[in-house]
Design a protein around this ligand. Structure first.
Ligand code: NAP
Length: 428
């Protein structure tokens, strides 16, 4: 029998890893297991709903999932439905590609107040992630929003809140979020960076997009912008220069009648979230801003993986260049932390695949996919296969008929189960 690999997580790092293994070992048997019934992970639930171009990569992933030897097994959770030790018994290698989906905490007073969320939860809510369908977001009276962090996730959150329904029409913003955001009387959005504009980790295309919104205008204080860049990592000089130029352009914008203002607040360290806003500390001392909704976009950490040691300080799976234990590997954000764009994972996963293929030999005594099938059947579990996923996707596309949206996401597990209930009738 050929090499058998189980990959935990059907997001970009897991799928790119499967692609790299399959390219080098076309006979490999690769099972890609995800706790959600739907594949694509961060591409479906992290990438902003109005950045559909970034989601086109799912077409590549779809082709991959149809390759001989590869299987998608959705709705199967590691530690709940199958133990890591069982997968290690069945497969020659196991790769953890479970991402970093837990919000980092600010660690300040008031973080647990109502309408205060981390970006994993808030982005999950507007992107229709089943885990966050019932997040208690109250948009009703929200006039002022504080978005903490100066990375691209913070920009995504600002943009999704600032855009008009017409600007979001071609997106797959979850319907519950679309209704709530459209009804909110948002007037001020504060984008809060604890350091300065040069230190912000925005990429320029994302930053510049905030200058092209229908109902929202960026507001930048010219005094916050340094005359020159100063010492910066040469690899980042270009993007930093472009960002400063964009921010200078924002600083020169005249007032207009767009009703929403996006205030860039630099050198503002959040100290406390109060009932009605945020206490910030800056070079001039403490200041307060009003906020009816606070979203902290300050990075992610890997959630607990049963029987796997985490590097708590870094919020990743403890590993050495992707190796966790003999035959056990980790890849993507769970390996290196939440950095880079989707495509960054391609190189990262190819490197891991190469290492795995060098180190792991096929063990004829291991049953591979058949072993997992037996275990799941014995537990009365039926995984969601690729054809099932296509059925879910078809239902989502059907629901978008007559609109410009590419799909209306199925969010509730009961709705997903209703679609899957029909699968036996057509012989799947
Ligand atoms: P990020 O780029 O690392 O930004 C995190 C931000 O949070 C930083 O500005 C950081 O400030 C700030 N921060 C951290 N701890 C804080 C604290 N205690 N108080 C206040 N601020 C704090 O991460 P991200 O925005 O979550 O994005 C993750 C990755 O996904 C990035 O590589 C990003 O480029 C990528 N992404 C790409 C796109 C796109 O291409 N369109 C969209 C979304 C995400 P310091 O710098 O001072 O630590």
């Amino acid at each position: 029998m050929s090499l058998a690999v189980a990959i935990i997580g059907a997001g970009p790092s897991g799928l790119y890893c499967a692609e790299a293994i399959a390219r080098k070992r076309p006979d490999a048997r690769i099972d890609i297991i995800d706790r959600l019934p739907m594949p694509y992970g961060l591409v479906r639930y992290g990438v902003a709903p109005d950045h559909q171009g970034t989601k086109v990569v799912t077409r590549v992933f779809d082709r991959l999932l149809q390759k001989a030897g590869l299987r998608f097994l959705g709705g199967v959770e590691l530690g709940r439905d199958v133990a890591l030790a069982e997968l290690q018994e069945d497969y020659d290698a196991v790769v953890l590609a479970c991402g970093a989906s837990v919000d980092r905490r600010l660690g300040i007073r008031g973080e647990d107040r109502r309408n205060v969320f981390g970006s994993a939860a808030f982005v999950g809510w507007y992107n229709g992630h089943p885990d966050f369908a019932d997040l208690p977001v109250e948009m009703g009276g929200v006039r002022s929003v504080a978005v903490i962090g100066n990375g691209n996730v913070a920009i995504d959150v600002v943009r999704v809140l600032a855009k008009t329904p017409a600007e979001m029409a071609k997106s797959d913003l979850a319907p519950h979020a679309a209704t709530a955001i459209a009804a909110a009387p948002i007037r001020e959005i504060h984008l809060i960076g604890r350091r300065g504009p040069v230190e912000a980790s925005f990429t320029n295309a994302e930053l510049a997009e905030l200058g092209r919104l229908e109902r929202a205008r960026p507001v930048v204080c010219p005094e916050d912008l340094p005359a020159t860049l100063g010492e910066v990592d040469p690899a980042l000089r270009k993007v930093k220069e472009a960002n400063l130029a964009t921010l200078r352009g924002f600083a020169q914008l005249a007032e207009d009648d767009r009703p929403v203002r996006i205030h860039f607040r630099f050198h503002a360290v959040p100290r406390e979230i109060t009932g009605d806003g945020l206490l910030l500390e800056g070079p001039g001392g403490l200041s307060r801003i009003g906020a009816d909704l606070v979203v902290s976009c300050i990075g992610y950490r890997c959630g607990p993986v049963r029987d796997v040691l985490l590097d708590e300080a870094r919020g990743i799976v403890a590993n050495r260049d992707g190796a966790v234990a003999p035959g056990l590997y980790v890849v993507g954000w769970a390996r290196r932390g939440p950095s880079g764009v989707i495509a960054t994972n391609r190189g990262d996963s190819a490197e891991l695949a190469e290492r795995l293929l060098e180190e792991v030999a096929t063990d004829q005594a291991k049953p591979g996919p058949a072993g997992l099938d037996r275990r799941l059947a014995a537990r009365g579990l039926r995984p969601v296969c690729f054809a099932d996923w296509k059925r879910i996707e078809a239902a989502e596309m059907q629901a978008a008929t007559g609109s410009e949206a590419p799909r209306v996401k199925l969010v509730r597990r009961s709705d997903i189960e209703r679609v899957l209930a029909g699968r036996d009738e057509v012989g799947q």
